[in-house]
Ligand binder design. Structure first.
Ligand code: SF4
Ligand code: SF4
Length: 443
């Protein structure tokens, strides 16, 4: 394994707080008696509703069909009867139609399935088609439908396939648990992804604290005929971001507005690799994922395999409930995640964690005037000037902000975190980006 690489500029070193849930083996969450399944769980357009109230659905049956060039199928997480199609608010704040299903019927559909031998020759097109059928999307946060990411245009060489297991957000440990508990499945998923993109090299990227998880996966990958190099990166946030990851691993910089393919790379999150394995090998669509339930306010943090449509509040209950009143509950990690305003909000494909933070764990305070210390500039991994951008956004200087790289902001939150004046930099820049995109859309 190589030394401790990391991206060259910006970023912050954090207390990871992962020890709260790291030792907790993945266990199945309780099956929700009613699942509220949003049809928008991916990047792109909402899936088309394929069912109506009164319809009986089976576990894993498609209830939403992909609509438009960027979209993904949605499947029923439980067997039952559709009771309602209603609009709900997602953890991200977006609105979506959702299919409400009342539990009824049997779970025999996927439980008895073994691991069929596929042989090495499943065609790449068939793998991509199975990903589309299974509604697999990037589970690292991007939510891009995986069949699109892996539809590599002819003539575009892939030098390196990066399996991203860095999981740089504090508290989250679901990817780590997959590495530890599912090496054979991940190795098979990596082999299948490599069949599609035919890379010259496969790199498993993980945090240095996960070094001990490498051996079993590397051995399983070698046995599956797709040797990987594992690189334990220095613990630094946001090391898991594709842009920072490729800088650290291969020294290549993704140009603004481009994808990793522009520098000959495909980056796939480790949870997505597991979903790929399930969709292709077990023919099981994506209707559940590993969710870390953690934070200082949760009594017994854990890693749960959760069916989509389960209310966030029931996961907290399942982990012993709250031991103190949380200051903030986040869906996802505390930096990139979204504040949960309603505990009935359903878990979706994009929810990697539910983190209930105490007042002592929340980094916020009253805004005071900027003292010009420059710390926000120092930590910005994108080389931006966050305070200048914020002033441009606040003074409606849209063109100047765009010129200064507003849209390059990854919303990582490093600038807000270090600001001694508690200037809400990332919040302001996020709003500025939204406004710029809406202005672009109406032009
Ligand atoms: S939130 Fe944006 S501006 Fe702030 S540090 Fe991250 S990339 Fe830079
Ligand atoms: S870190 Fe805060 S106080 Fe320092 S320059 Fe940036 S906005 Fe101003």
């Amino acid at each position: 394994m190589s030394g401790r690489k990391t991206f060259p500029s910006g970023g912050i070193e954090l207390a990871s707080r992962k020890s709260l849930s790291r030792g907790s083996a993945i266990r199945n969450a309780l099956i929700p008696p009613i699942a509220t399944v949003p049809l928008l769980q991916h990047l792109g357009t909402q899936a088309l509703c394929l069912v109506k109230p009164g319809d009986r659905v089976e576990e894993g049956m498609a209830i939403g069909g992909a609509s438009g060039p960027i979209s993904a199928r949605v499947h029923s997480p439980i067997p039952g009867v559709v009771t309602e199609i209603a609009e709900v608010t997602l953890a991200s704040g977006q609105r979506s139609l959702a299919v409400r299903i009342e539990l009824d019927g049997s779970f025999s559909r996927f439980q008895a399935r073994g691991w069929p031998s596929l042989g090495p020759d499943l065609p790449a097109e068939e793998i991509v088609a199975l990903l589309a059928d299974g509604g697999v999307v990037g589970l690292g946060g991007a939510l891009l439908p995986s069949h699109l990411k892996l539809s590599i245009p002819k003539g575009e060489p892939v030098d390196v396939l990066v399996v991203n297991a860095v999981e740089c957000e504090p508290y989250l440990t679901g990817d780590y648990r997959l590495l530890v508990e599912k090496p054979r499945e991940l190795a098979e998923g990596i082999r299948l992804a490599a069949r599609v993109c035919r890379p010259k090299e496969i790199i498993l990227a993980l945090d240095q604290s996960s070094d001990h998880a490498i051996e079993a996966l590397a051995a399983a990958a070698a046995q599956a005929g797709c040797p990987i190099s594992a690189i334990g990166l220095r613990s630094k946030y946001p090391q898991g971001d594709e842009k920072q990851l490729l800088k650290a691993l291969i020294g290549r910089e993704i140009p603004p507005g481009e994808t990793p393919l522009a520098v000959g790379a495909i980056v796939v999150n480790v949870a997505t690799v597991y979903a790929l394995f399930e969709a292709v090998v077990l023919r099981k669509p994506l209707f559940e994922r590993v969710v870390t339930v953690s934070g200082g306010a949760v009594r017994s943090p854990a890693n749960l395999k959760v069916r989509f449509g389960t209310p966030i509040g029931s996961l907290i209950e399942e982990c012993g409930g709250l031991k103190t009143v949380p200051k903030r509950i986040v869906a996802g990690g505390p930096f990139i995640g979204h504040t949960v305003l309603d505990l009935s909000t359903p878990v979706t494909k994009g929810v990697s964690g539910v983190v209930a933070l105490t007042a002592g764990e929340v980094h916020e305070g009253t805004r005071t005037p900027c003292i010009g210390c420059g710390r926000c500039i120092e930590v910005c991994p994108m080389g931006l000037n966050p305070i200048r951008l914020l002033k441009q956004v606040e003074h409606s200087l849209g063109a100047e902000a765009l010129e200064a790289g507003l849209l390059d902001c990854k919303e990582c939150g490093c600038c807000s975190y270090v600001c001694p004046a508690r200037v809400p930099l990332v919040e302001g820049l996020r709003l500025g980006k939204r406004a710029a995109r809406s202005a672009e859309a109406v032009r």
